[in-house]
Design a protein around this ligand. Structure first.
Ligand SMILES: C[S@@+](CC[C@H](N)C(=O)[O-])C[C@H]1O[C@@H](n2cnc3c(N)ncnc32)[C@H](O)[C@@H]1O
Length: 255
């Protein structure tokens, strides 16, 4: 079965529910409030088609995207070919990476912290620590499981449509290992591309990052501090209990 990440245009339609300019404005607000350094160079970890790249460049930042999928990077390179200065798109694994130079702000979207072990997490944060300047923020969207992933119950289905391409996504989740908090997410996409039908199925094994464990993890590190976490991208809604969290964001700061 083909992989959806090898078809970036379908992936983009599936996630076209986002308001990208507003998301960039929100990240700028977080920078203003919490960053201890001026921000010029920005890194997106697991950037895929780099949907935020143009907005960041338009606002005067240098954008660097890291992803391990060549098709995604080629697609982003082509899509943003007229953006000046060009986003820098780098092929690499988020578990262990190096950048040419440093950045002042890093972010990761849509729970893309696909790391299945504690050693992998340590290696990811070591890599980030080497390239994020002290005082800079790491912004994590939907990466911490404040609510039990299985509590959503049956599968959820989302339909998105753009430019004659309709993509129906169905998300199912099952517990693989309760001790290690390992889950398997099954993402089934039915694509109707101007009357041509295709189906994709993605199986992803992920380790749920639970809030307490994440705080302990950050606490044990000497190079990051916890700044806060909020419900639904709203700085007026700090997370105090794990009820009704929706789409959480968390922010760390490099010490
Ligand atoms: C859900 S998509 C997010 C794409 C983009 N950030 C966005 O907001 O639309 C996840 C991305 O993570 C990438 N990815 C998965 N595992 C990775 C890894 N180990 N290192 C780097 N990128 C990875 C995939 O290729 C895919 O482009």
């Amino acid at each position: 079965m083909p992989q959806i990440y090898d078809y970036p245009e379908y992936y983009e339609v599936a996630f076209s529910f986002r308001d990208i300019p507003s998301e960039v404005t929100f990240m700028e607000r977080c920078i203003e409030r919490f960053s201890r350094i001026p921000v010029r160079r920005i890194l997106e970890v697991a950037c895929g088609p780099a949907p935020h790249a143009r907005q960041f460049v338009k606002r005067g930042y240098h954008f660097i995207g890291l992803d391990n999928n060549r098709n995604m990077l080629d697609y982003a390179t082509y899509k943003w070919r007229a953006v000046n200065p060009r986003p820098e798109l780098i092929e690499g694994d988020m578990v262990r990476f190096q950048l040419p130079g440093t950045v002042d702000f890093a972010f990761i979207m849509l729970g893309s912290l696909y790391i299945d072990s504690q050693a992998g997490m340590t290696s990811h944060f070591d890599s980030l620590s080497r390239c994020l300047n002290p005082g800079g923020l790491y912004f994590l969207d939907w990466c911490i499981q404040h609510t039990d992933p299985l509590a959503k119950g049956d599968s959820t289905t989302v339909l998105q449509e753009r430019d004659g391409i309709a993509v129906e996504s169905r998300f199912d989740i099952r517990l693989v290992d309760p001790v290690e908090h390992m889950y398997e997410e099954i993402w089934t996409l039915s694509v109707d591309d101007h009357g041509r039908h295709r189906t994709f199925e993605m199986h992803e094994r992920n380790r749920a990052i639970l809030p307490e464990e994440f705080l302990e993890f950050v606490d044990r590190r000497s190079d990051f501090e916890f700044v806060g976490w909020w419900k639904d991208w709203d700085l007026d809604q700090p997370i105090t209990t794990n009820d009704n969290v929706g789409r959480p964001v968390a922010i760390l700061r490099r010490l």
